[in-house]
Design a protein around this ligand. Structure first.
Ligand SMILES: *Cc1c(COP(=O)(O)O)cnc(C)c1O
Length: 331
């Protein structure tokens, strides 16, 4: 059996030093209305204000910073239609190395344009009859490129852990922390920082109700694979956790919760109306769980990581115009 030596908090600290001066130290926002709703004190770490609009820049930049001169010359390859692609493309541009991004033929034009805008070479594949992983690996073999996966990589997850490190450094220990969960890069990195800086904090991953593979995995003790879930949380449409990410999550995370699409829309509305922020559906997972926790956070200090804000304005407007989920805010 392959073993996966797990990264530690020292790797998060090293990542923090590497991204210093390149990634933003994102703000922590609060809302009196939110505190009243929850009956506690809520601290929102705003990775929607990170470079390229999501935390993914942290892990991508950390991973690329560690390339050898030979790896830098040949360049990086990644497969993603979303924020990981943009994180890799921007990091490669800053570090002056070529980047190849494998994207599905039906990826949103805006995302393809943004990735090309960072100077990346975009290779298109047909998501219904070609395997993006195989294409990525073939490009890596043929052209000597280094493949950086979106979550299951020690340098990627250590980079993602720097967001929670900053949060604890800014606001001190927390009683509860809620983190969006896809493949687990953000959650596992956050877990390393949490166990080092606020060991008593109850740490939750939050994933879409339609795809609760992380919840099933944590509760059963083995990685559970599912079909691509149908949800508006496109950043968390993963089919399974990774070996590194699950190794840490199993050890350090208290529980995995879920949020429905209607609850995500409700949280999007709250962020827009009350905190003047555009947050993408996946970025709303943490707040959705907090709003769903009812009275159980009374008197607690609660952290929420908002993971990203990348959403087309048309889609944002269409989602917040839905009246299926009433905005649970009074006054
Ligand atoms: C990638 C992504 C996630 C999920 O992160 P994982 O590391 O795959 O768990 C959550 N939110 C946003 C905005 C993302 O881009």
């Amino acid at each position: 059996m392959t073993t996966y030596p797990l990264p530690t908090y020292a790797d998060v600290e090293a990542a923090a030093a590497r991204i210093d001066g390149f990634a933003h130290r994102t703000p922590v926002h609060t809302s009196r209305t939110l505190n009243e709703l929850v009956g506690g004190e809520v601290f929102v770490k705003c990775e929607n204000f990170q470079r390229m609009g999501a935390f993914k820049f942290r892990g991508a930049f950390n991973a690329l910073s560690k390339f050898s001169p030979e790896q830098r010359t040949a360049g990086v390859v990644a497969f993603s239609s979303g924020n990981h692609a943009q994180g890799i493309a921007l990091s490669a541009k800053i570090l002056g190395m070529p980047a190849t991004i494998v994207m599905p033929h039906d990826a949103p034009a805006a995302k393809v344009a943004a990735t090309k805008g960072y100077g990346a070479n975009v290779v298109v594949y047909d998501r219904y009859c070609e395997d993006r992983e195989a294409i990525g690996k073939r490009l890596a073999d043929e052209q000597g490129l280094t493949l950086i996966p979106p979550y299951d990589h020690p340098d990627v997850l250590a980079g993602q852990g720097t967001a929670a490190k900053e949060l604890f450094e800014e606001v001190g220990a927390l009683d509860h922390l809620f983190v969006p969960l896809g493949g687990g890069g953000l959650l596992s990195g956050t877990a390393l920082s949490t166990r080092a800086l606020a060991p008593q904090c109850v740490l939750y991953g939050v994933e879409p109700e339609a795809g609760n593979d992380g919840q099933q995995s944590l509760r059963s003790g083995a990685i559970v694979h599912i079909d691509t879930p149908k949800t508006i949380a496109d950043g968390a449409q993963t089919q399974h956790l990774g070996h590194y990410t699950f190794g840490i999550i199993k050890r350090d995370v208290d529980d995995v919760l879920t949020a429905s699409d209607a609850e995500l829309v409700n949280a999007m509305k709250f962020f827009a109306a009350r905190m003047k922020m555009i947050v993408e559906p996946t970025g709303c997972l943490g707040l959705a769980a907090v709003l769903g926790a009812k009275g159980s956070l009374q008197g607690k200090r609660v952290g929420v990581i908002v993971s990203g804000g990348n959403i087309d304005l048309d889609r944002f407007c269409a989602l917040v115009a839905q009246d299926g989920a009433a905005l649970r805010v009074s006054g």
